[in-house]
Ligand binder design. Structure first.
Ligand SMILES: [Fe+2]
Length: 324
């Protein structure tokens, strides 16, 4: 068994009301829980100290997700607090706790309830400084369409109507070390890699899929500052859904970074945009499937712009440099 999907993104926002409007009204997520509390379990990064003020948090899920939540927002700035990946078997928690310790990163156990509606787990600080949690159980709350004779989508779907949180791209000063950690400690597989030059290869970016997954990527890394977020992405079914999402972004004055266009890497279709705090989001459609025997694809530095944006073959400064 092993890790099988991205389960939750826990992100920081600057203004909770604006963020709720973006993720709930524009993207169509459902708010499932809100709180403002002093939280002893807050993960502190890079020498932060716990706030004396109550921290506002909001928990949301997409209409096509059955677990309790997939996005946690907290009003503490910008960027990532942590990522949660779901494992297939409770024994996987012990397995990956040991493998991460053997790799040499900081690892601790989480107890049921440390994260709302979430069972026991393992928390690790990756070589890049990102916090990644593994868990096996989250409260099952189902979908509005249900599991008996379901409609293909709910009639009260709002805004873009994103299906699920699909993947995340983070930055690391040493993407090679990050990739090795994901492969050796967590059994992820690289589906695509970008290198400087085949004769003198230095890793620029890697797109990794979970051992038990079949997606083009569940977590990707690109060279950049440690512990930063480049984007997290929401799944849509079709190119037409992306176009409709673009219309809604215009109606709601959502800042667009790039798109709609297509990636060479993953072959997915995409729009990159920013939430109300400046965190980059993506709506992502299509993409190939990956089996355990999927061979790793390589992109070379001089073709990387085509790999990222296949049609324009250009990368803008904002896309390259803005991280939160
Ligand atoms: Fe993406």
């Amino acid at each position: 068994m092993g890790v099988h999907r991205l389960g939750y993104v826990h992100a920081r926002v600057t203004d909770m009301e604006d963020a709720k409007n973006h993720y709930s009204n524009t993207l169509g997520m459902k708010i499932v829980h809100e709180e403002a509390s002093h939280d002893s379990e807050r993960v502190l990064l890079h020498g932060e100290s716990a706030s004396m003020e109550p921290v506002k948090r909001c928990y949301l899920k997409c209409w096509d997700e059955w677990d309790h939540h997939s996005l946690v927002l907290e009003e503490t700035g910008v960027g990532l607090v942590k990522l949660g990946y779901k494992v297939s078997n409770v024994d996987d928690l012990d397995k990956y706790e040991n493998k991460a310790k053997a790799f040499g990163v900081q690892v601790s156990r989480m107890s049921k309830g440390d994260n709302l509606a979430t069972g026991d787990g393992v928390r690790m600080t990756m070589p890049s400084g990102h916090v990644l949690e593994l868990y096996h159980e989250m409260e099952y709350t189902g979908t509005d369409t249900g599991t008996i004779n379901p409609d293909p989508w709910p009639r009260d779907m709002r805004g873009v109507g994103v299906h699920w949180i699909d993947h995340c791209l983070v930055t690391a000063e040493d993407p090679g070390l990050f990739e090795r950690f994901m492969m050796e400690a967590l059994d992820f597989r690289p589906t695509e890699r970008a290198i400087t030059d085949p004769n003198n290869p230095e890793l620029i970016a890697s797109w990794l899929t979970c051992e038990m997954g079949q997606t083009p990527h569940d977590l990707a890394v690109a060279k950049g500052p440690d512990a930063k977020l480049h984007h997290f992405a929401f799944f849509l079914e079709t190119w037409n859904d992306l176009l409709r999402a673009g219309d809604i972004f215009s109606q709601d004055d959502v800042p667009i970074d790039v798109g709609p266009t297509r990636h060479g890497i993953t072959r997915g279709q995409t729009i990159y945009f920013f939430d109300s705090s400046g965190n980059r989001n993506e709506v992502f459609a299509g993409g190939y499937r990956t089996m355990p025997d999927f061979p790793t694809i390589t992109w070379t530095g001089e073709q990387l712009a085509k790999g990222i944006f296949y049609i324009s073959r250009e990368m803008n400064e904002k896309f390259l440099n803005v991280v939160t």
